[in-house]
Design a protein around this ligand. Structure first.
Ligand code: NIG
Ligand code: FE
Length: 385
């Protein structure tokens, strides 16, 4: 297997306290890294770097672990820029637009969905994402959700069944039957997914409905995730913690007891700054969560309604500028935080014997990700096979 040595790394972030400055960022300067196609073999100073089959001169640029995007809705047809324009003119967001994407997705061929998903996936990867989660939720029929599970599985192992995204039009007057469908035949058809998620919020599913769906998902052996407290104090965070869900995402509305519950749990709070940006919502209180000791992740939430965002760097810039995270906190949240939200310890950092998923930036320090918003700062992405 070919070995590669990357030398002259101006600033190397490993997220591994065993290395370098022994902080959570595990940072080294004038560093080098040896990898093969599967794993990291060596980390140290450039002057001590061993020989390898290939040599890459990083030329003083920074290297970071690949981003772990733990929340996307990549498989959908159509777009909803008109809703974005209306929101910018003052129309508030409610989840209703999801039904438009459901109609477009149901009508699209699998080839068309594959084509548009490939394009979005390529955009994420070009921006440095090396692990991504993908949710279903834009079909909401048994056969259709199962088709989306299969399509998502062509792009990632981190597939999430989100039949509980919204009650579809045809069940508008019979919510209970839709919840039964999700818990029964739809879940049966989708149970190969690693995760199950519920949009537990105003206008979507209430706490009792969400609990019933999560219980069945858990019994089927799926990992649990929750969209919670985006639109109000709707109980999603407490529900997620009560289930020891891997992550609760959005968290725009938080009571003191929500923050306490998260802090004493293993549930990660995932911030989605693209959604707050695109809905002109107040940014989630990531600072408050971090100060309370909660593990925070950053994700793109790439979806056509509230966050048609494929740039993790953009999310980092907002997290620093408007959520008051330090650059290091934001970088950690977009890498190790995302890994924690997916309960993975093999991604989100660089360790000897761990995956060699990394990004060589076109910048001397990772801080440029927030300092130079909008610039394309990825020089090379490496991803283990
Ligand atoms: O994460 N909140 C639920 N789902 C998406 C929005 C989906 C849509 O509007 O199409 C989100 O923001
Ligand atoms: Fe989402």
């Amino acid at each position: 297997m070919t070995t590669r040595v990357i030398t002259n790394i101006g600033e190397l972030t490993t997220n591994n306290p065993a290395f370098g400055d022994e902080t959570a960022m595990g940072r080294l300067w004038d560093a080098a890294l040896v990898v093969n196609d599967e794993e990291v073999l060596w980390v140290g100073a450039t002057r001590d770097a061993p020989e390898a089959d290939e040599k890459i001169d990083a030329d003083g640029c920074a290297v970071i672990p690949g981003f772990v995007d733990s929340h996307t809705h990549l498989v959908f047809a159509g777009e909803r820029s008109d809703e974005f324009e209306a929101r910018m003119a003052g129309t508030p967001y409610n989840g209703g637009g999801i039904r438009r994407t459901v109609a477009a997705t149901r009508a699209a061929s699998s080839d068309e969905l594959r084509r548009v998903t490939t394009k979005r996936c390529d955009e994420l990867r070009a921006g440095g994402v090396t692990t991504l989660e993908i949710k279903t939720g834009y079909d909401l029929t048994v056969a259709g959700e199962s088709r989306l599970i299969d399509l998502a599985g062509e792009f990632s192992d981190e597939v999430t069944f989100l039949g509980a995204h919204l009650v579809p039009e045809e069940f508008a007057h019979d919510r209970a039957s839709y919840v039964d469908l999700v818990k029964g035949p739809m879940l049966d058809a989708c149970s190969q997914a690693k995760w199950i998620d519920v949009f537990c919020d105003a206008g979507a599913f209430d706490v009792d409905e969400s609990r019933a769906i999560l219980e069945v998902g858990r019994a089927a052996g799926m990992g649990l995730r929750v969209h919670g407290n985006q639109l109000g104090n709707t109980g999603g965070v407490a529900l997620a913690v009560s289930f020891d869900a891997a992550s609760v995402d959005h968290c725009n509305f938080l009571s003191a007891s929500d923050v306490e519950a998260l802090a004493s749990s293993t549930t990660v709070a995932t911030m989605l700054p693209g959604a707050d940006f695109s809905t002109r919502a107040a940014y989630s209180s990531a600072r408050r969560l971090l100060d309370a000791g909660v593990v925070v992740a950053l994700a793109t939430d790439c979806n056509p309604g509230t966050s048609y965002v494929t740039s993790m760097a953009f999310c980092i810039a907002i997290a620093v500028r408007d959520m008051h995270l330090s650059v290091d906190e934001a970088l950690w949240a977009a890498t190790a935080g995302g890994a924690a939200a997916l309960r993975r310890d093999d991604v989100g950092g660089l360790a000897i014997g761990g995956r060699a998923d990394l990004v060589i930036l076109d910048a001397p320090r990772a801080a440029h990700l927030a300092y130079r918003p909008g610039a394309s700062l990825v020089r090379q992405v490496m991803r283990s096979t």
